[in-house]
Design a protein around this ligand. Structure first.
Ligand code: ADP
Length: 517
């Protein structure tokens, strides 16, 4: 498994390169140590080996970085304190990568990593000893340590960068940029700083092993404390972030809540306006009817047949108006409760339109019908379609001057019936067009408005057409008039689905009473 992973990460060329670096180093050191085995039989060397291993194996967070590496100055001290071969051999044996123990890197990679560390220690030691000794004064010790640190750094960087070049095909400058991140100078300064602490470790070491052990222990302790406080800071930052996110979410919810409250308020206002409007709409015809009845009861009208007939007709018109209003209200309530389902039957569109227009009484003569005879029988709900037509005609008559004509036209378009109601009345402003189909919406909803109405008619037209599978559109120009155009399938979807039996044309007597104007 670990080998598989290593092979995925590194190509064969990388493995060959790793072996090419590791084998000569290992063989050279083995050969040299075998020649003088005594040079490794030093108790103090074992101390350094253990020190490197312990520090290497202590868990380091991913964000540890070079500035928290302690093995680098320890290995540099080793290079200063001992001859190159002994120091390199101890570095090779003592350096551990925790991933080796977890089986995350294979033996070749592991050997390569250790060899390149040994090679840099070899370079550090050789260069240092060419200039100074561990007993040199600070004035010599410090620059020699820094030169050795730079030599080790160069060897290490060159070997690692070459491996990365083979594995990733990035250019050397890209690799160096990645190794040193966005701050190459900081990286160099950290290196120099760590190198200097090696000089201090050497001075402690010269004073005795115990003092260096205490010094190293203090360093390790300080580093671990740093890790802990850093982890705490990170956790706090994370919690702050979570809190900020939650605050933002709450703010968002609050804004939505406020929006809903505003909407509900608006709805509430519309409903109370609606109650006022409906009461007004009910009162007007009722007052008129009661007025007519009171008049008719007066003895002077007892024998006046013509006036009685005129009054009775007016009462019938007012009664019809009341009935229409109540029917509309009931339909809205059935739509809201989802209890309205179309009763599909055969419907003659022309007959239906004639019936509705005749029922308009005196206003009938204002309607011009343009409906061809050859419109086929529709399969739809007669009552609901009648309500659509009568609401549109009612509006056309209401929102246009008393003497002006209104048009009710229709054409067959394939399997769709298209019909329209147009008038040359007050029209609707472009910005109101989208809203006139909203329930309770009236362009002028003031109590002093010139036209009667509840703001339900067009919403009902739209909802009823949805039930019938049709749609309505409006075109209008203020001052010039409006045209409402309806498209309706000849066959209601229910018929198409069932393909079953359809009742004959629904009784016009009973059906017409409910919507005839
Ligand atoms: P209302 O009962 O007020 O007539 P509707 O839902 O039928 O309610 O119509 C909504 C609004 O659309 C009306 O208040 C009116 O302002 C406008 N409207 C509807 N039809 C016409 C039309 N033919 N001409 C001008 N305005 C119209």
């Amino acid at each position: 498994m670990a080998n598989d992973q290593a092979h995925r990460e590194y190509s064969r060329a990388v493995t060959a390169y790793q072996l090419a670096v590791a084998m000569p180093v290992v063989l050279f050191l083995a050969f040299r140590v075998a020649g003088h085995p005594g040079q490794l039989l030093d108790r103090r060397l074992a101390f350094w080996m253990v020190a490197i291993a312990i520090v290497d194996l202590m868990p380091v967070p991913a964000w540890g970085g070079l500035h928290l590496s302690l093995t680098f100055p320890i290995r540099l001290s080793l290079a200063i304190l001992y001859a190159p071969v002994a120091a390199a051999a101890v570095a090779l044996l003592g350096s551990f990568d925790p991933r080796e123990l977890r089986g995350e890197i294979g033996p070749v990679t592991s050997l390569f990593n250790r060899s390149q560390i040994a090679l840099s220690v070899l370079a550090e030691s050789a260069l240092f000893h060419a200039i100074a000794t561990k007993d040199s004064d600070w004035a010599i010790l410090v620059p020699a340590t820094l030169i050795a640190a730079l030599a080790g750094y160069s060897v290490n960087t060159a070997i690692v960068a070459t491996a990365a070049r083979l594995a990733t095909k990035l250019t050397f400058s890209q690799i160096l940029a990645r190794m040193h991140g966005a701050a190459p100078y900081q990286f160099l300064i950290e290196h120099v700083g760590l190198g200097l602490s090696a000089a201090v470790i050497v001075k402690f070491s010269v004073a005795g092993e115990w003092s260096v052990a205490v010094f190293l222990a203090a360093l390790v302790f300080a580093r671990q404390m740093y890790f802990q406080s850093r982890a705490l800071t990170d956790r706090l930052a994370e919690q702050n972030q979570t809190l900020a996110e939650q605050a933002a979410r709450l703010e968002h919810l609050l804004a939505k809540e406020q929006e809903s409250v505003a909407e509900l308020r608006e709805l509430n206002k519309m409903k109370s306006d609606f109650v006022a409007v409906v009461s007004h709409e009910l009162r007007t015809p009722l007052t008129a009817i009661i007025g007519f009845v009171k008049t008719l009861r007066r003895p002077e009208f007892a024998g006046d047949v013509a006036t009685r007939e005129e009054f009775l007709q007016a009462m019938e018109r007012q009664g019809d108006r009341l009935l229409r209003l109540v029917e509309n209200l009931l339909t809205v309530s059935r739509l809201e409760n989802d209890t309205l389902s179309p009763a599909v039957g055969r419907v003659s569109f022309l007959d239906l339109c004639r019936e509705i227009v005749e029922g308009l009484g005196g206003s009938a003569e204002r309607i011009r019908m343009d409906i061809p005879d050859d419109i086929p029988v529709l399969f739809t709900d007669r009552d609901l379609l009648g309500r659509v037509i009568s609401n549109l005609l009612d509006n056309a008559l209401k929102y246009s001057p008393d003497q002006s004509p209104c048009l009710l036209g229709a054409r067959l378009e394939g399997t769709t019936l298209r019909f329209w109601v147009s008038d040359s009345g007050i029209g609707i402003a472009a910005h109101e067009l989208g809203r006139v189909f909203h329930r309770f919406y009236q362009v002028d909803s003031s109590t002093t408005r010139a036209f009667r109405g509840t703001g339900l008619g067009l919403a009902l037209v739209k909802d009823l057409l949805e039930q019938l599978g049709g749609a309505v559109e409006v075109e209008s120009e203020p001052g010039r008039g409006s045209t409402f155009t309806v498209t309706l399938p000849l066959h209601h979807a229910e018929v198409a689905e069932s393909g079953g039996s359809i009742p004959d044309e629904q009784g016009s007597d009973e059906g017409s009473a409910s919507f005839v104007a």
